[in-house]
Design a protein around this ligand. Structure first.
Ligand code: GLN
Ligand code: ZN
Length: 741
């Protein structure tokens, strides 16, 4: 048995702290490296009973970046740098060079650094990182298995400039790298991570056989592992190569079962991904055993190695520190360390059926799963009945009819100005919320603090002349957590951190049961903010699909059903808001696109229910209530029909970094609803000039008419400082005035 990888951020986020202290020049390189070394040793110690410990799954920042660095695939703008300066320079930028882009790792919330490959590059292989970690593991008495991103995934996820020779050059360097690794030991085991294969065929498919044969010829034991979906097309090619074995995800890619006969015939080893690496629920060992029995009825038992469905990177470290969580719910969970325990139990049950101790553990596991299924904490009859009788409605009136009423009622001008919702989260604000949470201050003090912020925020927006105002979201720590904390069916861990990128971690809410909204979640703050101004203040909500996509979701109910429950809560909130006199309501769907399935054939289904959910939420809005939505993307080419069908009166999107090129899809498809393309990038501290935004607005006007356009920043302002926000928005208003003129 084995795992694909272990989380590296540390039980108490030691790596995060060490990195940030190093970046702030508060500690030395040696300090950082020694923390890293300790973490590796600690994490390997948990893998002691496995066939291997995973080496090179550790990274100071990201594994894609590691590989780029090891291959010497360095963008020209970083030339001259070396060592950690180069490595972190590529990740975070230097004063002279912008950082490499970052993007989501398949359909997870982990972000990798995107390598840039150009035909002008020359490569220089350096395996010292892996060699050192390999030796470390050996010296501690472990049997290492090297985790390495496969060539096809590496190239497939890179930004490529130039001709086909890029592939040839990178391949040459990659083979050289594996050749160097082969010299580390007599039979080095390397697990090549090739999740790109789950996306189906691409241009490079024709090279799979040649590359993996060449790799096997170098004398390494090569395992090629895919995850997050099935990889049927690649599997059939890989079985025809000289590799030792194949790792497949049987949980998120059950179609992989169809490859079993061929695997058996090939005689290859099978690394069977059966323990969930992406979710946090305790395994139902009995079901897993059934799955394994099926697998082993086709592939010989001796050829099967039990594994996780993917790296455990995507789950928190351990539930040991969750002392505050409801004990019953806690017993249903399993984080990375506990998952290794499950693997051990499953292995024992699989190989040693009659063992008394194992039988007892199986009984316990069975009881646990039965208790969970029957627990009154999970089931809410009211919610279930409401869901059963639910029909998805359209909004009242066509967009044309609605917008006529709204324009009259709301009275905003063409090129109306607004923001996306949040204003700067100051240290004082964070302290206020924390003090309140800890019980250090009373309700009144807290409320006064929040109201003061809202008052100032509204006043500022009035002063500079924004058309549609917001309250600024001072009461929210996070756009999902804020709502999750107020709904039934959610639980929050204290220490359930998962790496998002580099040193950044998120603590996803856990949806364990039927979801409902005991009372209004945002109405009081919205009402207060509206009472301060004659101008319209937008109500601000997070959409159901985004709440779902940024949470750990229960595995005993279909995702779409969970999402529908969330949709009803948001619908009720919209209704309460409009009854309270809020005339514009924004439903953020920042993570709508993130939930898209990896395989084209599954997209339709997702789109159907995600769209339905948005509609369940927003169709309660009256004709004259204007619904906005916001998405942190610029690329809408492939989803424009769905966006159109969502039928939000106004959508604000991120275009600041991509110019108006990507906006053209809204024109070419005849998208009729109003659009607010971001006119400046809030992800950077830079203050955009009037002129630059004026030009940006003119560029937008070339694509869409002024009646259809809103002017706003490209995302919420919470990560920025007031010193940046104030002049930026003043300039934005100035630019709009100039454009109107
Ligand atoms: N309303 C949210 C904000 O302004 C939206 C954040 C987001 O899109 N990620 O912070
Ligand atoms: Zn955004």
């Amino acid at each position: 048995m084995t795992i694909v990888g272990f989380p590296r951020i540390g039980e108490n986020r030691e790596l995060k702290k060490a990195l940030e202290s190093y970046w702030a020049s508060k500690s030395t390189k040696e300090d950082l490296l020694s923390v890293a070394k300790e973490l590796r040793a600690k994490h390997w110690s948990y893998q002691n009973n496995l066939d291997f410990v995973s080496v090179n799954d550790f990274s100071l920042y990201d594994n894609m970046l590691d590989l780029a660095y090891m291959l010497g695939a360095v963008p020209a703008r970083f030339k001259g740098l070396e060592g950690l300066e180069l490595y972190f320079g590529m990740a975070r930028g230097t004063k002279d060079a912008t950082a490499c882009e970052m993007t989501k790792w398949f359909n997870t919330n982990y972000h990798y650094v995107v390598p840039e490959l150009s035909s002008k590059d020359t490569y220089k292989v350096d395996i010292s990182k892996i060699a050192a970690e390999y030796k470390e593991a050996l010296s501690l008495g472990y049997k290492p298995k090297i985790s390495l991103i496969g060539l096809f995934t590496f190239i497939g996820l890179s930004k490529i400039e130039g001709c086909a020779c890029v592939y040839e050059n990178v391949k040459k360097a990659y083979i050289e790298l594996v050749g160097e690794l082969a010299k580390l030991d007599s039979k080095v085991v390397i697990e090549f991570n090739e999740p790109i294969f789950v996306k189906g065929k691409n241009d490079l498919y024709v090279h799979i056989k040649e590359v993996y044969d060449e790799i096997a010829d170098l004398g390494v034991k090569a395992i090629v592992t895919t995850y997050f979906e099935h990889s049927t097309e690649a599997t059939s090619i890989l079985l025809d190569t000289k590799i030792e074995g194949l790792g497949l995800d049987f949980l998120y890619g059950s179609k992989n079962l169809e490859s079993l006969e061929a695997i058996a015939k090939s005689g290859k080893k099978l690394y069977a991904g059966v323990i969930d690496g992406r979710n946090i629920w305790a395994a139902d060992i009995e079901t897993k055993l059934k799955l394994l029995k099926h697998i082993s009825s086709i592939v010989p038992k001796g050829n099967i190695t039990l594994s996780t469905s993917c790296s455990l990177l995507h789950v928190p470290f351990s539930k040991e520190q969750e002392v505050k969580m409801d004990k019953e719910i806690l017993s249903w969970l399993s984080f990375a360390r506990e998952k290794i325990g499950e693997l051990e139990l499953l292995e024992a049950a699989f190989r040693d059926e009659g063992n008394k101790k194992v039988l007892k553990a199986l009984e316990q596991n069975k009881k646990l799963n039965l208790d969970r299924r029957n627990s009154s904490k999970i089931h809410d009859k009211g919610v279930q009945e409401r869901l059963a009788s639910l029909t998805v409605k359209e909004r009242e009136g066509t967009f044309k009819e609605r917008i006529k009423v709204q324009r009259k009622e709301l009275g905003y001008p063409d090129l109306a100005t607004t923001t996306i919702g949040s204003f700067p989260q100051t240290p004082e604000l964070r302290k206020l919320r924390l003090d309140y949470k800890k019980g250090l201050i009373d309700n009144i003090t807290y409320e006064t603090g929040i109201k003061d912020y809202i008052t100032e925020c509204v006043k500022f927006q009035e002063d500079i002349g924004l058309d549609v105002l917001v309250h600024g979201e001072p009461e929210r720590n996070d756009m999902v957590e804020y709502f999750g904390e107020q709904m039934k069916g959610f639980v929050f861990s204290q220490n359930g951190w998962v790496q998002s990128y580099g040193s950044r971690c998120v603590k996803p809410p856990i949806i364990y049961g039927d979801v409902s909204r005991p009372k209004a979640m945002t109405v009081e703050w919205a009402k207060f903010a509206q009472s301060l101004s004659k101008k319209i203040v937008k109500g601000m909500l997070t959409g159901p699909v985004t709440i779902l996509n940024w949470s750990f979701v229960r595995d005993d109910l279909a995702r779409k059903s969970v999402c529908k429950q969330l949709s009803l809560c948001i619908a009720d909130e919209i209704d309460d808001l409009q009854k309270a006199g809020i005339k514009i309501i924004q439903v953020d769907e920042a993570a709508f696109k993130e939930g898209y399935p990896l395989r084209a054939e599954n997209i339709k289904e997702y789109e159907t229910w995600a769209l339905e959910c948005f509609k369940i939420s927003t169709s309660v809005a009256r004709k004259e209530t204007q619904i906005h939505t916001h998405m942190c993307y610029s690329e809408f080419n492939d989803i424009i029909k769905t966006i159109e069908a969502m039928d939000a009166d106004v959508i604000s999107i991120e275009t600041a970094r991509s110019g108006n090129e990507l906006l053209k899809i809204f024109k070419s498809t005849g998208y009729a609803n109003e659009v607010g393309p971001g006119v400046y990038d809030i992800h950077s501290p830079r203050i955009p000039s009037v002129d630059e935004m004026y030009k940006q607005i003119l560029a937008l006007l070339e694509v869409l008419p002024k009646e259809q356009l809103w002017i706003n920043p490209d995302c919420g302002l919470k990560t920025r400082k007031w010193e940046e926000v104030k002049p930026s928005l003043v300039n934005m208003i100035e630019a709009v005035k100039k454009a109107r003129g």
